[in-house]
Ligand binder design. Structure first.
Ligand code: AKG
Length: 329
């Protein structure tokens, strides 16, 4: 079967049945659950996000992307210092490290519903890769389809040369776009949750997805004009959970009010987090966190990985005890 034959022309319906949601995740690569946040949780999260976004803007610490004229990389391939600003043409507002920015966001990280759905993809342990917001605004352009595990090495034949893992880039190599499926495909090692704090519509940039793309083993091609893209339209309070291999991206915001989305992205515990939660978290705030939230943020050692000293250590601290250079007395 070719990649094109494996893509589906339609995605799942919105459901409130967890069993159905898991089946949708397996088949389509995503599911949408309605009323995942009740009215008061939704109101609190929306208020907090809008307030934080305005304050980051006022304090000159906001990040903007998706501007049609925005140029992020300089002539040497590095991020420009003002890459993510309105001055550089950015439109959609991104807010990062939401774990430090409100109880409502911390509640999303450990939500029982997403625990179950993310666990369906990643197993019994997973950690937060990033907890961020994307406020899609009028004029924001399509992000373009991508996967959330673009850095994952592809299966290779024993006798074949391979792309060295550190040489993988976001601009997928040709054999990542057209892999040989007879070798098998990589499993999901990332799962993402889009918490919809406003209605998501085709006009305000509802996330674009390609149903079934998670099973192709391929990364999306540069020319996306003929792909069977659908948009994840759903009412405020819904959550979309998706497999890290699903082709997806923010839609264009052509009209309407701001689209408020919070992305809680998880990875299996042996992978590197996109945001460095363990040093990024406010150490005073950490003291108030539940054991589960601490684990999710990566403070739990996984099979001796992520430790600071003893291989027997089960949890690390934001400010760990360090054994420095010692001398016998
Ligand atoms: O905002 C969205 O709809 C998706 C965002 C996304 O795919 C990303 O930030 O990588």
């Amino acid at each position: 079967m070719t990649v094109t034959e494996m893509l589906l022309s339609a995605g799942p319906s919105i459901t409130d049945d967890v069993g159905q949601a898991k089946a949708d995740l397996s088949k389509f690569g995503f599911c949408i659950v309605a009323d995942a946040l009740d009215a008061s949780a939704l109101d609190a999260a929306r208020t907090r996000l809008v307030e934080q976004a305005a304050a980051e803007e006022q304090h000159g610490v906001s990040f903007r992307d998706a501007g049609p004229e925005q140029r992020i990389i300089d002539d040497f391939g590095n991020f420009k210092p003002d890459a993510f600003s309105t001055a550089n043409g950015g439109i959609n507002q991104r807010l990062w490290m939401l774990v430090n920015k409100g109880q409502c966001f911390r509640d999303m990280v450990v939500h029982e519903l997403t625990d179950e759905l993310v666990g369906h993809v990643l197993g019994s342990e997973f950690i937060v890769s990033t907890i961020s917001a994307n406020i899609a605004k009028q004029g924001g352009s399509r992000m373009g389809l991508h996967t959330d595990q673009w850095w994952m090495p592809q299966p290779v034949r024993p006798d074949a040369d391979y792309l060295r893992p550190s040489d993988i880039t976001r601009a997928a190599a040709a054999d990542f776009i057209e892999p040989d499926p007879s070798i098998g495909i990589s499993p999901p090692v990332v799962a993402n949750c889009m918490w919809m704090l406003s209605d998501f519509t085709a006009e305000n940039g509802a996330t674009e997805v390609v149903p079934g793309s998670h099973l192709t083993g391929a990364h999306p091609p540069a020319d996306q004009s003929t792909l069977p893209i659908v948009q994840a339209e759903a009412p405020a309070g819904s959550v979309m959970v998706f497999d890290g291999r699903l082709w997806h991206g923010t839609g264009a915001h052509t009209s309407g009010v701001n689209r408020l989305g919070v992305l809680a992205t998880y990875c299996a515990p042996q992978f590197r987090q996109q945001e460095n939660q363990t040093i990024g978290v406010d150490p005073d705030l950490y003291e108030t966190f539940s054991p589960k939230l601490r684990e999710r943020l990566g403070f739990k050692v996984w099979n001796a990985y992520g430790r600071v000293e003893s291989p027997a250590e089960s949890m690390v601290q934001p400010i760990p005890d360090r054994i420095g250079e010692l001398h016998p007395t």
